[in-house]
Design a protein around this ligand. Structure first.
Ligand code: CUA
Length: 405
């Protein structure tokens, strides 16, 4: 009789363990399936693999969470002290079987996760045969993206001698030249290789919708790859604390539906550069709007929709250059703006620190800004006045440049 009773108790225990085990697995799977509902859209081929890996880990983590919480709740109810019972609990020594089980199961889980995540890592970093290279640059506190334009794609009717020297060189040597955009453009199905660098401190390039994140490291380039699978506009975020404007360091990736739509955007950008406006004011506006220089990260300039706050506000800079700043520096407004770009540390506006990159006029130097770009930017900023009239006499500018550094 006795042995029959303990046999049925054992059977019940086994059934309970199997039932609890199934409940844990089902609970883990429910947690894994429900949580990704909060995720950003799956914008890239890689995002599918990354999400599958994440859900797999979440199912395991969810089951362990339910096991631990379930054991706590069960113990609180089952083993609570009876009223008036102040004695110590039973003294339990080691249990070799239990210790083996709780060592072996996590070891197997870690091993499986290692193999699985290594496969995903290798697969998402694979070099694709038809990938397009896009250069991404981080600067406090703005992103810019550059594309190589082969000289052969420049229309034959452009006036070559009006173009910037680097484009003239590219046309002469049949090589390529860069164009810059503040947004990252591509199209569905085009594998992208991002080559990333930073002009100042550490940043991290993160496109949540692509499930891609990569640090930008001073003094070297880093790479990351992805293939968009969904058309639309998605945020690009900086994920590394890089200074006071870190939270505003955002951009967009625009995934066009097909190559035709993308090429139409691309040729518009090329045309802006190879048919530069004659008016230096318009050219300056175009250079600033392209994001080629990271000014928008720190300065506010409503005319260009800039909203940075770590540097001086540039609204009305033409008027101030001609009055307050001229009085402070003894320089003409055009000289003040021109030299502020090449020697920012000597022209600190009270209340602002020396954060601005020092632009330099010679190719090959860090933060290269050709003199032509500097002149165009000066021409444009001089028109930021209450009346819209230029505050400067630009005919002085060449003499200023010839005389000084
Ligand atoms: Cu760049 Cu944070």
């Amino acid at each position: 009789m006795n042995s029959g009773k303990s046999q049925s108790t054992n059977n019940m225990t086994v059934l309970w363990i199997i039932g609890a085990f199934l409940a844990l697995i089902i609970g883990g799977v429910i947690i894994a399936q429900a949580t990704p509902l909060l995720f950003p859209p799956q914008g890239s081929a890689e995002s599918l693999q990354v999400d599958d890996l994440f859900k797999f880990m979440l199912a395991i983590g969810g089951a362990i969470f339910l096991l631990v919480q379930g054991a706590i709740v069960y113990s609180v109810i089952r083993f609570r002290a009876k009223p008036g019972d102040l004695s110590d609990g039973a003294n339990i020594h080691g249990n070799a079987t239990l210790e083996l089980v709780w060592t072996a199961i996590p070891a197997v889980i870690v091993l499986v996760l290692t193999v699985y995540s290594y496969q995903v890592w290798v697969s998402t970093r694979e070099i694709k045969p038809n990938e397009q290279t896009v250069y991404g640059r981080g600067a406090r506190f703005v992103w810019s993206f550059s594309y190589d334009v082969p000289a052969s794609s420049v229309p034959s009717d452009v006036e070559v001698d009006k173009l910037p020297p680097n484009i003239q060189d590219a046309i002469t040597n049949d090589s390529s030249f860069p164009i810059t955009s503040r947004e990252l453009h591509t199209f569905v199905g085009q594998p992208i290789k991002m080559v990333l660098d930073t002009s100042d401190t550490l940043h991290a390039f993160w496109i949540p919708a692509m499930r891609m994140k990569q640090d930008l490291i001073s003094g070297r380039t880093t790479e990351i790859r992805f293939t968009p699978i969904q058309a639309g506009e998605f945020p690009v975020v900086c994920a590394e604390l890089c200074g006071g404007g870190h939270g505003d360091m955002r951009a967009s990736i625009i995934v066009h539906a097909d190559e035709t739509e993308y090429l139409s955007w691309f040729s518009d950008q090329v045309n802006l550069v190879v048919y530069p406006p004659d008016d230096p004011v318009l050219r300056g506006e175009q250079v600033l709007a392209s994001g080629q220089y990271p000014c928008s990260g720190c300065h506010t300039l409503t005319a260009l929709s800039w909203a940075g706050i770590t540097g001086p506000n540039l609204n009305g800079i033409g008027d101030r250059a001609a009055t307050v700043r001229s009085a402070a520096t003894g320089e003409t407004p055009e000289e003040y703006i021109h030299r502020s770009l090449y020697h920012p540390a000597e022209y600190l506006v009270p209340g602002f620190g020396a954060l601005m990159p020092q632009f330099q006029p010679d190719a090959g130097q860090p933060n290269f800004m050709p003199v032509d770009d500097n002149k165009a930017i000066v021409a444009y900023l001089c028109t930021q006045t209450a009346t819209g009239e230029s505050a400067c006499d630009l005919s002085n500018l060449d003499a200023i440049i010839a005389a000084g550094d």
